[in-house]
Design a protein around this ligand. Structure first.
Ligand code: FAD
Length: 475
Protein backbone atom coordinates (compact mmCIF):
# COMPACT_ATOMS: atom_id res chain seq x y z
CA UNK A 1 0.00 0.00 0.00
CA UNK A 2 1.29 3.44 -0.97
CA UNK A 3 -0.97 5.31 1.48
CA UNK A 4 -3.77 4.43 3.85
CA UNK A 5 -6.33 2.49 1.87
CA UNK A 6 -4.53 3.16 -1.39
CA UNK A 7 -3.14 0.18 -3.22
CA UNK A 8 -1.12 0.10 -6.39
CA UNK A 9 -2.14 -3.00 -8.24
CA UNK A 10 0.29 -4.71 -10.59
CA UNK A 11 -0.69 -3.66 -14.07
CA UNK A 12 -0.69 0.04 -13.38
CA UNK A 13 -4.26 0.73 -12.31
CA UNK A 14 -4.30 2.52 -9.03
CA UNK A 15 -7.41 1.66 -7.07
CA UNK A 16 -8.70 2.88 -3.77
CA UNK A 17 -9.74 -0.17 -1.79
CA UNK A 18 -12.08 -0.49 1.13
CA UNK A 19 -10.66 -1.01 4.60
CA UNK A 20 -11.45 -4.72 4.02
CA UNK A 21 -8.97 -4.61 1.14
CA UNK A 22 -11.68 -5.65 -1.32
CA UNK A 23 -12.89 -3.78 -4.38
CA UNK A 24 -16.42 -2.47 -4.71
CA UNK A 25 -17.89 -2.84 -8.17
CA UNK A 26 -21.20 -1.42 -9.40
CA UNK A 27 -23.06 -3.26 -12.13
CA UNK A 28 -25.67 -1.28 -14.10
CA UNK A 29 -28.46 -3.55 -15.34
CA UNK A 30 -29.68 -7.04 -14.44
CA UNK A 31 -30.09 -8.38 -17.97
CA UNK A 32 -27.94 -11.28 -19.15
CA UNK A 33 -24.78 -9.13 -19.15
CA UNK A 34 -25.27 -7.72 -15.65
CA UNK A 35 -26.11 -11.14 -14.20
CA UNK A 36 -22.97 -12.60 -15.75
CA UNK A 37 -20.82 -9.81 -14.25
CA UNK A 38 -22.43 -10.26 -10.86
CA UNK A 39 -21.77 -14.01 -10.95
CA UNK A 40 -18.10 -13.56 -11.84
CA UNK A 41 -17.65 -10.96 -9.09
CA UNK A 42 -19.38 -13.16 -6.50
CA UNK A 43 -17.13 -16.06 -7.54
CA UNK A 44 -14.09 -14.05 -6.29
CA UNK A 45 -15.07 -13.17 -2.72
CA UNK A 46 -11.50 -12.61 -1.57
CA UNK A 47 -10.98 -9.83 -4.13
CA UNK A 48 -14.38 -8.15 -4.44
CA UNK A 49 -17.06 -6.98 -2.06
CA UNK A 50 -20.43 -8.40 -3.09
CA UNK A 51 -21.39 -6.29 -6.13
CA UNK A 52 -24.29 -3.86 -6.20
CA UNK A 53 -26.43 -4.53 -9.26
CA UNK A 54 -28.75 -1.63 -10.14
CA UNK A 55 -31.87 -2.58 -12.09
CA UNK A 56 -34.40 -0.01 -13.15
CA UNK A 57 -37.26 -2.54 -13.49
CA UNK A 58 -38.60 -4.99 -10.92
CA UNK A 59 -37.24 -8.06 -12.72
CA UNK A 60 -34.09 -9.70 -14.02
CA UNK A 61 -33.74 -10.62 -17.71
CA UNK A 62 -33.85 -7.26 -19.56
CA UNK A 63 -34.57 -8.03 -23.22
CA UNK A 64 -36.14 -11.38 -22.31
CA UNK A 65 -38.92 -9.88 -20.17
CA UNK A 66 -41.98 -9.78 -22.42
CA UNK A 67 -44.43 -7.00 -21.67
CA UNK A 68 -47.82 -6.86 -23.34
CA UNK A 69 -48.49 -3.52 -25.01
CA UNK A 70 -50.44 -2.12 -27.89
CA UNK A 71 -48.54 -1.72 -31.11
CA UNK A 72 -48.54 2.04 -30.74
CA UNK A 73 -47.45 2.21 -27.12
CA UNK A 74 -43.93 3.57 -27.23
CA UNK A 75 -43.39 3.10 -23.49
CA UNK A 76 -43.09 -0.69 -23.53
CA UNK A 77 -39.75 -1.63 -22.05
CA UNK A 78 -38.33 -4.62 -23.84
CA UNK A 79 -38.33 -5.23 -27.59
CA UNK A 80 -39.51 -8.82 -27.18
CA UNK A 81 -42.58 -9.91 -29.16
CA UNK A 82 -45.10 -12.50 -28.07
CA UNK A 83 -44.17 -15.45 -30.28
CA UNK A 84 -40.42 -14.90 -30.61
CA UNK A 85 -38.25 -17.99 -30.62
CA UNK A 86 -34.49 -17.55 -30.36
CA UNK A 87 -32.52 -17.15 -33.57
CA UNK A 88 -29.46 -18.84 -32.07
CA UNK A 89 -29.52 -22.38 -30.68
CA UNK A 90 -29.48 -22.61 -26.90
CA UNK A 91 -26.36 -24.82 -27.18
CA UNK A 92 -24.33 -21.73 -28.10
CA UNK A 93 -26.43 -19.10 -26.32
CA UNK A 94 -25.79 -20.41 -22.82
CA UNK A 95 -23.07 -19.16 -20.47
CA UNK A 96 -20.06 -21.54 -20.43
CA UNK A 97 -20.66 -22.57 -16.81
CA UNK A 98 -24.47 -22.83 -16.73
CA UNK A 99 -26.54 -25.02 -19.06
CA UNK A 100 -30.10 -24.73 -20.29
CA UNK A 101 -32.54 -27.37 -19.14
CA UNK A 102 -31.85 -30.35 -21.50
CA UNK A 103 -35.58 -30.72 -22.24
CA UNK A 104 -35.65 -27.27 -23.88
CA UNK A 105 -35.42 -27.40 -27.72
CA UNK A 106 -32.49 -25.77 -29.52
CA UNK A 107 -34.57 -22.71 -30.52
CA UNK A 108 -36.83 -22.10 -27.54
CA UNK A 109 -39.63 -19.59 -27.03
CA UNK A 110 -38.36 -16.42 -25.32
CA UNK A 111 -40.04 -17.41 -22.04
CA UNK A 112 -37.56 -20.32 -21.72
CA UNK A 113 -34.63 -17.91 -21.96
CA UNK A 114 -36.14 -15.81 -19.19
CA UNK A 115 -36.57 -18.98 -17.10
CA UNK A 116 -32.91 -19.80 -17.76
CA UNK A 117 -31.82 -16.34 -16.58
CA UNK A 118 -34.07 -16.53 -13.51
CA UNK A 119 -32.51 -19.90 -12.69
CA UNK A 120 -29.02 -18.47 -13.18
CA UNK A 121 -29.90 -15.62 -10.81
CA UNK A 122 -31.25 -17.87 -8.05
CA UNK A 123 -28.94 -20.88 -8.27
CA UNK A 124 -25.84 -18.66 -8.33
CA UNK A 125 -27.05 -16.49 -5.45
CA UNK A 126 -27.19 -13.23 -7.40
CA UNK A 127 -30.70 -12.02 -6.47
CA UNK A 128 -29.88 -10.62 -2.99
CA UNK A 129 -27.35 -8.27 -4.59
CA UNK A 130 -29.79 -6.66 -7.03
CA UNK A 131 -31.42 -3.34 -6.20
CA UNK A 132 -34.65 -3.55 -8.16
CA UNK A 133 -36.65 -0.47 -9.24
CA UNK A 134 -33.47 1.51 -8.91
CA UNK A 135 -32.22 3.64 -11.79
CA UNK A 136 -28.67 4.84 -12.19
CA UNK A 137 -28.94 8.51 -13.13
CA UNK A 138 -25.31 9.64 -13.25
CA UNK A 139 -21.90 8.07 -13.02
CA UNK A 140 -18.87 10.26 -12.60
CA UNK A 141 -15.20 9.80 -11.82
CA UNK A 142 -14.35 11.39 -8.49
CA UNK A 143 -10.85 12.33 -9.50
CA UNK A 144 -8.46 11.47 -12.25
CA UNK A 145 -5.63 13.02 -14.19
CA UNK A 146 -6.95 11.34 -17.30
CA UNK A 147 -3.88 9.24 -17.88
CA UNK A 148 -2.24 7.02 -15.28
CA UNK A 149 -4.32 7.15 -12.13
CA UNK A 150 -7.77 5.68 -11.65
CA UNK A 151 -9.77 6.42 -8.56
CA UNK A 152 -13.29 5.76 -7.33
CA UNK A 153 -16.50 6.38 -9.15
CA UNK A 154 -19.61 8.03 -7.86
CA UNK A 155 -22.80 6.32 -8.89
CA UNK A 156 -25.93 8.37 -8.36
CA UNK A 157 -29.13 6.34 -8.35
CA UNK A 158 -32.77 6.80 -7.46
CA UNK A 159 -35.09 4.16 -6.11
CA UNK A 160 -38.63 4.30 -7.46
CA UNK A 161 -40.80 6.45 -5.18
CA UNK A 162 -37.86 8.22 -3.54
CA UNK A 163 -37.75 11.99 -3.92
CA UNK A 164 -33.98 12.24 -3.79
CA UNK A 165 -31.19 10.34 -5.48
CA UNK A 166 -28.42 8.71 -3.48
CA UNK A 167 -24.73 8.64 -4.36
CA UNK A 168 -22.41 5.77 -3.57
CA UNK A 169 -18.73 5.20 -4.38
CA UNK A 170 -17.23 2.28 -6.22
CA UNK A 171 -13.77 1.38 -7.47
CA UNK A 172 -15.09 0.16 -10.80
CA UNK A 173 -18.31 0.27 -12.83
CA UNK A 174 -19.56 -2.32 -15.31
CA UNK A 175 -22.19 -0.85 -17.63
CA UNK A 176 -24.60 -3.59 -18.70
CA UNK A 177 -27.53 -1.41 -19.71
CA UNK A 178 -28.22 -3.08 -23.09
CA UNK A 179 -28.71 -1.39 -26.44
CA UNK A 180 -31.96 -2.78 -27.82
CA UNK A 181 -34.53 -0.41 -26.44
CA UNK A 182 -34.00 2.98 -28.08
CA UNK A 183 -35.29 2.67 -31.66
CA UNK A 184 -33.24 3.97 -34.55
CA UNK A 185 -35.44 5.49 -37.26
CA UNK A 186 -33.70 6.64 -40.45
CA UNK A 187 -34.61 9.92 -42.10
CA UNK A 188 -36.91 9.40 -45.07
CA UNK A 189 -37.88 12.39 -47.18
CA UNK A 190 -41.57 13.23 -46.82
CA UNK A 191 -42.14 10.86 -43.89
CA UNK A 192 -44.04 13.50 -41.95
CA UNK A 193 -46.72 13.52 -44.68
CA UNK A 194 -47.37 9.75 -44.63
CA UNK A 195 -50.96 9.13 -43.49
CA UNK A 196 -50.63 5.44 -42.61
CA UNK A 197 -49.69 3.93 -39.28
CA UNK A 198 -45.95 4.07 -38.45
CA UNK A 199 -44.21 2.07 -35.77
CA UNK A 200 -40.87 0.51 -34.90
CA UNK A 201 -40.31 -3.21 -34.28
CA UNK A 202 -39.54 -2.20 -30.66
CA UNK A 203 -43.30 -1.88 -30.04
CA UNK A 204 -44.47 -4.75 -32.27
CA UNK A 205 -46.07 -7.49 -30.17
CA UNK A 206 -48.25 -9.84 -32.28
CA UNK A 207 -49.57 -10.11 -35.84
CA UNK A 208 -53.36 -10.35 -35.30
CA UNK A 209 -53.76 -6.57 -35.02
CA UNK A 210 -52.54 -6.21 -38.63
CA UNK A 211 -55.30 -8.41 -40.11
CA UNK A 212 -56.19 -7.43 -43.66
CA UNK A 213 -53.68 -4.57 -43.77
CA UNK A 214 -50.97 -3.85 -46.31
CA UNK A 215 -47.79 -3.69 -44.29
CA UNK A 216 -44.36 -2.51 -45.41
CA UNK A 217 -41.41 -3.53 -43.23
CA UNK A 218 -38.22 -1.56 -43.60
CA UNK A 219 -35.10 -3.65 -42.86
CA UNK A 220 -34.31 -7.32 -43.35
CA UNK A 221 -32.35 -8.07 -40.19
CA UNK A 222 -33.55 -10.85 -37.85
CA UNK A 223 -36.56 -8.80 -36.61
CA UNK A 224 -37.63 -7.66 -40.10
CA UNK A 225 -37.58 -11.19 -41.49
CA UNK A 226 -39.26 -12.79 -38.45
CA UNK A 227 -42.01 -10.19 -38.24
CA UNK A 228 -42.67 -10.45 -42.01
CA UNK A 229 -43.16 -14.20 -41.61
CA UNK A 230 -45.48 -13.71 -38.61
CA UNK A 231 -47.56 -11.11 -40.47
CA UNK A 232 -47.90 -13.28 -43.58
CA UNK A 233 -50.70 -15.33 -41.97
CA UNK A 234 -52.79 -12.24 -41.07
CA UNK A 235 -51.98 -9.23 -43.23
CA UNK A 236 -53.42 -8.70 -46.73
CA UNK A 237 -49.93 -8.20 -48.12
CA UNK A 238 -46.47 -7.79 -46.66
CA UNK A 239 -43.54 -6.05 -48.37
CA UNK A 240 -40.06 -6.46 -47.00
CA UNK A 241 -38.12 -3.43 -48.14
CA UNK A 242 -34.38 -3.76 -47.77
CA UNK A 243 -31.00 -2.61 -48.98
CA UNK A 244 -28.99 -5.82 -48.89
CA UNK A 245 -28.38 -8.56 -51.45
CA UNK A 246 -31.42 -10.49 -52.76
CA UNK A 247 -32.92 -12.93 -50.27
CA UNK A 248 -32.84 -16.53 -51.45
CA UNK A 249 -35.77 -18.38 -49.94
CA UNK A 250 -39.28 -19.06 -51.21
CA UNK A 251 -41.64 -16.47 -49.78
CA UNK A 252 -45.26 -17.00 -48.73
CA UNK A 253 -47.71 -15.90 -51.48
CA UNK A 254 -48.57 -12.53 -49.93
CA UNK A 255 -44.98 -11.54 -49.09
CA UNK A 256 -42.82 -9.69 -51.59
CA UNK A 257 -39.46 -7.94 -51.57
CA UNK A 258 -38.68 -4.37 -52.55
CA UNK A 259 -35.62 -2.11 -52.52
CA UNK A 260 -35.24 0.41 -49.70
CA UNK A 261 -37.98 3.01 -49.23
CA UNK A 262 -36.48 6.44 -49.95
CA UNK A 263 -39.50 8.73 -50.10
CA UNK A 264 -42.92 8.95 -48.48
CA UNK A 265 -46.11 10.72 -49.60
CA UNK A 266 -49.52 10.67 -47.85
CA UNK A 267 -50.56 7.24 -49.22
CA UNK A 268 -47.47 5.98 -51.04
CA UNK A 269 -43.97 4.87 -50.22
CA UNK A 270 -41.42 5.10 -53.03
CA UNK A 271 -38.46 2.71 -53.27
CA UNK A 272 -34.96 3.49 -54.59
CA UNK A 273 -35.82 1.94 -57.99
CA UNK A 274 -38.99 4.06 -58.32
CA UNK A 275 -41.45 1.31 -57.30
CA UNK A 276 -44.44 2.75 -55.48
CA UNK A 277 -45.95 0.85 -52.54
CA UNK A 278 -49.39 1.42 -51.04
CA UNK A 279 -49.22 0.81 -47.31
CA UNK A 280 -51.61 0.97 -44.36
CA UNK A 281 -48.72 0.38 -41.97
CA UNK A 282 -44.99 0.97 -42.10
CA UNK A 283 -42.87 -0.89 -39.56
CA UNK A 284 -39.27 0.25 -39.09
CA UNK A 285 -37.12 -2.81 -38.38
CA UNK A 286 -34.06 -0.61 -38.49
CA UNK A 287 -32.35 -1.45 -35.24
CA UNK A 288 -31.50 0.52 -32.15
CA UNK A 289 -29.37 3.38 -30.89
CA UNK A 290 -26.85 3.28 -28.10
CA UNK A 291 -28.33 5.15 -25.20
CA UNK A 292 -26.48 5.78 -21.95
CA UNK A 293 -28.15 8.85 -20.44
CA UNK A 294 -26.28 8.42 -17.16
CA UNK A 295 -23.01 9.34 -18.91
CA UNK A 296 -24.21 12.80 -19.82
CA UNK A 297 -25.31 14.80 -16.82
CA UNK A 298 -27.81 17.43 -17.92
CA UNK A 299 -26.26 20.83 -17.43
CA UNK A 300 -29.14 22.23 -15.47
CA UNK A 301 -30.00 19.34 -13.15
CA UNK A 302 -28.86 18.83 -9.61
CA UNK A 303 -26.78 15.78 -10.35
CA UNK A 304 -24.15 17.57 -12.33
CA UNK A 305 -23.91 20.05 -9.48
CA UNK A 306 -23.36 17.19 -7.07
CA UNK A 307 -20.69 15.65 -9.34
CA UNK A 308 -18.96 18.99 -9.61
CA UNK A 309 -19.09 19.40 -5.88
CA UNK A 310 -17.36 16.11 -5.38
CA UNK A 311 -14.78 16.96 -8.01
CA UNK A 312 -14.31 20.25 -6.22
CA UNK A 313 -14.01 18.52 -2.88
CA UNK A 314 -11.06 16.65 -4.29
CA UNK A 315 -9.42 19.83 -5.55
CA UNK A 316 -9.77 18.67 -9.09
CA UNK A 317 -12.50 20.66 -10.72
CA UNK A 318 -11.54 19.66 -14.27
CA UNK A 319 -14.61 19.02 -16.38
CA UNK A 320 -15.16 15.54 -17.72
CA UNK A 321 -17.00 14.24 -20.69
CA UNK A 322 -17.32 10.48 -20.61
CA UNK A 323 -18.61 10.37 -24.15
CA UNK A 324 -15.88 12.56 -25.59
CA UNK A 325 -18.31 13.23 -28.40
CA UNK A 326 -16.71 16.44 -29.58
CA UNK A 327 -13.21 15.17 -29.86
CA UNK A 328 -13.89 11.51 -30.60
CA UNK A 329 -17.16 10.68 -32.25
CA UNK A 330 -18.17 13.95 -33.79
CA UNK A 331 -21.87 14.50 -34.37
CA UNK A 332 -24.35 11.85 -33.27
CA UNK A 333 -25.13 10.76 -36.86
CA UNK A 334 -28.41 9.41 -35.57
CA UNK A 335 -26.91 6.17 -34.24
CA UNK A 336 -26.31 7.12 -30.64
CA UNK A 337 -22.95 7.56 -28.96
CA UNK A 338 -20.49 5.29 -27.32
CA UNK A 339 -17.32 6.53 -25.70
CA UNK A 340 -13.93 5.51 -27.11
CA UNK A 341 -13.59 1.86 -26.17
CA UNK A 342 -10.46 -0.24 -25.97
CA UNK A 343 -11.20 -3.76 -27.22
CA UNK A 344 -14.86 -2.76 -27.66
CA UNK A 345 -15.05 -2.89 -23.90
CA UNK A 346 -12.99 -0.60 -21.72
CA UNK A 347 -13.32 3.19 -21.60
CA UNK A 348 -10.05 4.28 -23.14
CA UNK A 349 -9.59 7.22 -20.77
CA UNK A 350 -11.15 5.71 -17.65
CA UNK A 351 -10.17 2.02 -17.67
CA UNK A 352 -12.08 1.13 -14.50
CA UNK A 353 -15.28 1.72 -16.47
CA UNK A 354 -16.37 -0.95 -18.94
CA UNK A 355 -19.29 -1.56 -21.32
CA UNK A 356 -20.26 -5.22 -21.47
CA UNK A 357 -22.05 -6.26 -24.66
CA UNK A 358 -21.68 -3.09 -26.74
CA UNK A 359 -20.67 -5.33 -29.68
CA UNK A 360 -23.21 -6.18 -32.35
CA UNK A 361 -23.77 -9.34 -34.45
CA UNK A 362 -22.32 -11.67 -31.85
CA UNK A 363 -23.34 -14.65 -29.73
CA UNK A 364 -24.05 -12.51 -26.69
CA UNK A 365 -23.93 -14.60 -23.51
CA UNK A 366 -20.53 -16.34 -24.03
CA UNK A 367 -19.06 -13.02 -25.22
CA UNK A 368 -20.39 -11.25 -22.09
CA UNK A 369 -18.58 -13.86 -20.01
CA UNK A 370 -15.28 -13.37 -21.88
CA UNK A 371 -15.57 -9.58 -21.52
CA UNK A 372 -16.38 -9.79 -17.81
CA UNK A 373 -13.42 -12.13 -17.15
CA UNK A 374 -11.09 -9.86 -19.13
CA UNK A 375 -12.17 -6.75 -17.24
CA UNK A 376 -11.76 -8.48 -13.87
CA UNK A 377 -8.30 -9.69 -14.92
CA UNK A 378 -7.43 -6.05 -15.66
CA UNK A 379 -8.73 -4.89 -12.26
CA UNK A 380 -6.79 -7.68 -10.58
CA UNK A 381 -3.58 -6.73 -12.38
CA UNK A 382 -3.39 -10.07 -14.17
CA UNK A 383 -3.24 -8.35 -17.52
CA UNK A 384 -1.87 -4.97 -18.24
CA UNK A 385 -3.49 -2.31 -20.38
CA UNK A 386 -1.63 0.29 -22.41
CA UNK A 387 -1.63 3.78 -20.90
CA UNK A 388 -4.96 5.63 -21.38
CA UNK A 389 -3.31 8.08 -23.80
CA UNK A 390 -2.28 5.14 -25.98
CA UNK A 391 -5.70 3.46 -25.72
CA UNK A 392 -7.32 6.73 -26.71
CA UNK A 393 -5.12 7.19 -29.73
CA UNK A 394 -5.69 3.54 -30.76
CA UNK A 395 -9.47 3.96 -30.51
CA UNK A 396 -9.30 7.18 -32.52
CA UNK A 397 -7.20 5.48 -35.20
CA UNK A 398 -9.67 2.58 -35.31
CA UNK A 399 -12.55 5.01 -35.78
CA UNK A 400 -10.74 6.97 -38.50
CA UNK A 401 -9.88 3.79 -40.38
CA UNK A 402 -13.48 2.57 -40.08
CA UNK A 403 -14.82 5.81 -41.56
CA UNK A 404 -12.05 5.90 -44.20
CA UNK A 405 -13.15 2.41 -45.29
CA UNK A 406 -16.58 3.91 -45.90
CA UNK A 407 -18.29 1.91 -43.15
CA UNK A 408 -21.17 3.47 -41.22
CA UNK A 409 -20.43 4.53 -37.68
CA UNK A 410 -23.09 2.16 -36.38
CA UNK A 411 -20.92 -0.79 -37.50
CA UNK A 412 -17.93 0.28 -35.40
CA UNK A 413 -18.58 -2.45 -32.83
CA UNK A 414 -20.06 -5.00 -35.23
CA UNK A 415 -17.94 -8.14 -34.93
CA UNK A 416 -19.75 -10.94 -36.75
CA UNK A 417 -17.06 -13.38 -38.03
CA UNK A 418 -14.37 -11.56 -36.01
CA UNK A 419 -16.12 -12.33 -32.73
CA UNK A 420 -14.30 -15.66 -32.31
CA UNK A 421 -10.87 -14.08 -32.89
CA UNK A 422 -11.92 -11.34 -30.48
CA UNK A 423 -12.97 -13.82 -27.77
CA UNK A 424 -9.67 -15.72 -28.24
CA UNK A 425 -7.72 -12.47 -27.91
CA UNK A 426 -9.45 -11.72 -24.58
CA UNK A 427 -8.94 -15.32 -23.38
CA UNK A 428 -5.25 -15.41 -24.28
CA UNK A 429 -4.45 -11.95 -22.92
CA UNK A 430 -6.22 -12.52 -19.61
CA UNK A 431 -5.44 -16.25 -19.34
CA UNK A 432 -8.87 -17.79 -18.80
CA UNK A 433 -10.36 -20.96 -20.25
CA UNK A 434 -11.16 -20.59 -23.96
CA UNK A 435 -14.62 -21.16 -25.42
CA UNK A 436 -14.80 -24.50 -27.23
CA UNK A 437 -14.36 -24.29 -31.06
CA UNK A 438 -17.67 -26.13 -31.54
CA UNK A 439 -19.53 -22.88 -30.74
CA UNK A 440 -18.18 -21.19 -33.85
CA UNK A 441 -19.03 -24.26 -35.94
CA UNK A 442 -22.63 -24.32 -34.72
CA UNK A 443 -22.92 -20.56 -35.25
CA UNK A 444 -21.78 -20.82 -38.88
CA UNK A 445 -24.03 -23.83 -39.55
CA UNK A 446 -27.01 -22.03 -38.04
CA UNK A 447 -26.30 -18.93 -40.11
CA UNK A 448 -26.34 -20.88 -43.37
CA UNK A 449 -29.55 -22.77 -42.44
CA UNK A 450 -31.25 -19.46 -41.57
CA UNK A 451 -30.09 -17.85 -44.81
CA UNK A 452 -31.37 -20.79 -46.83
CA UNK A 453 -34.79 -20.82 -45.17
CA UNK A 454 -35.72 -18.55 -42.28
CA UNK A 455 -39.08 -20.29 -41.88
CA UNK A 456 -37.80 -23.78 -41.02
CA UNK A 457 -34.32 -23.61 -39.43
CA UNK A 458 -35.82 -23.45 -35.94
CA UNK A 459 -37.10 -27.03 -36.32
CA UNK A 460 -33.50 -28.29 -36.14
CA UNK A 461 -31.95 -29.45 -32.90
CA UNK A 462 -28.24 -29.25 -32.30
CA UNK A 463 -26.32 -31.56 -30.03
CA UNK A 464 -22.76 -30.93 -28.90
CA UNK A 465 -20.68 -34.12 -29.21
CA UNK A 466 -17.40 -32.75 -27.87
CA UNK A 467 -15.52 -29.44 -27.85
CA UNK A 468 -14.97 -29.66 -31.61
CA UNK A 469 -18.01 -31.50 -32.96
CA UNK A 470 -21.77 -31.29 -33.04
CA UNK A 471 -24.58 -33.20 -34.66
CA UNK A 472 -28.00 -32.14 -35.92
CA UNK A 473 -31.17 -33.94 -35.01
CA UNK A 474 -34.22 -32.75 -36.94
CA UNK A 475 -37.45 -33.08 -35.02
P1 FAD B 1 -30.62 -6.06 -21.70
O1 FAD B 1 -31.21 -7.41 -21.80
O2 FAD B 1 -31.25 -4.96 -22.46
O3 FAD B 1 -30.54 -5.68 -20.16
C1 FAD B 1 -30.18 -4.39 -19.74
C2 FAD B 1 -30.78 -4.15 -18.36
O4 FAD B 1 -30.28 -2.92 -17.86
C3 FAD B 1 -32.31 -4.03 -18.40
O5 FAD B 1 -32.86 -4.91 -17.44
C4 FAD B 1 -32.56 -2.56 -18.06
O6 FAD B 1 -33.76 -2.38 -17.36
C5 FAD B 1 -31.34 -2.22 -17.21
N1 FAD B 1 -30.98 -0.80 -17.22
C6 FAD B 1 -30.80 -0.01 -18.30
N2 FAD B 1 -30.47 1.24 -17.92
C7 FAD B 1 -30.43 1.24 -16.57
C8 FAD B 1 -30.15 2.23 -15.57
N3 FAD B 1 -29.83 3.48 -15.91
N4 FAD B 1 -30.21 1.88 -14.27
C9 FAD B 1 -30.53 0.61 -13.90
N5 FAD B 1 -30.82 -0.37 -14.80
C10 FAD B 1 -30.75 -0.06 -16.11
N6 FAD B 1 -29.66 -12.90 -28.22
C11 FAD B 1 -29.45 -14.23 -28.31
O7 FAD B 1 -28.46 -14.73 -27.78
N7 FAD B 1 -30.35 -15.05 -28.95
C12 FAD B 1 -31.47 -14.57 -29.52
O8 FAD B 1 -32.24 -15.32 -30.09
C13 FAD B 1 -31.75 -13.16 -29.41
N8 FAD B 1 -32.90 -12.64 -29.89
C14 FAD B 1 -33.16 -11.31 -29.69
C15 FAD B 1 -34.37 -10.80 -30.13
C16 FAD B 1 -34.69 -9.46 -29.94
C17 FAD B 1 -36.01 -8.93 -30.40
C18 FAD B 1 -33.75 -8.61 -29.32
C19 FAD B 1 -34.06 -7.15 -29.10
C20 FAD B 1 -32.53 -9.10 -28.89
C21 FAD B 1 -32.23 -10.46 -29.07
N9 FAD B 1 -31.02 -11.00 -28.63
C22 FAD B 1 -30.78 -12.35 -28.75
C23 FAD B 1 -29.99 -10.13 -28.05
C24 FAD B 1 -30.24 -9.91 -26.54
O9 FAD B 1 -30.53 -8.60 -26.37
C25 FAD B 1 -29.05 -10.37 -25.76
O10 FAD B 1 -29.02 -11.78 -25.82
C26 FAD B 1 -29.03 -10.03 -24.28
O11 FAD B 1 -30.21 -10.42 -23.67
C27 FAD B 1 -28.71 -8.57 -23.99
O12 FAD B 1 -28.47 -8.50 -22.63
P2 FAD B 1 -27.96 -7.17 -21.91
O13 FAD B 1 -27.85 -7.51 -20.48
O14 FAD B 1 -26.79 -6.64 -22.62
O15 FAD B 1 -29.10 -6.09 -22.17
Amino acid sequence: PSAAGHVLIRGGINLMKMASGKLRVAVIGAGAAGLCCAHNLLARPSIYEAPVVFETTGQVGGTWVYTEGSETNSHVHSSMYRDLRTNLPKEIMEFPDFSFDPSVPSFPHHSKVLEYLEDYTDKLGIRPHIRFNCTVEVISPVLGDGDSVQVPWEVTFRTQGDAHPVTQRFEAVMVCAGHYSKPYIPDIAGMETFQGQVLHSHVYRYPEVFSSRSVVLLGSGPSGVDIAMELASYAKEVTLSHRGSPLQWTLPKNVSLAPAVVHAAPHTLTCSDGTELKADTLIFCTGYKYNYPFLVPARSNGHLASSQESLGANNNPQPFNLLEDDEFLGPDMGQGHLPPLYKHLIHARYPTLCFIGACKKVVPFPLFNCQALFFLAVLEGKCQLPRPSQMLSESREELKKHLRDGLPLKYLHRLERDQWKYNRCLEETAGFEPLPPVLEKIYEACKSFRKADPTSYRELNFQIVNKDQFRIISS
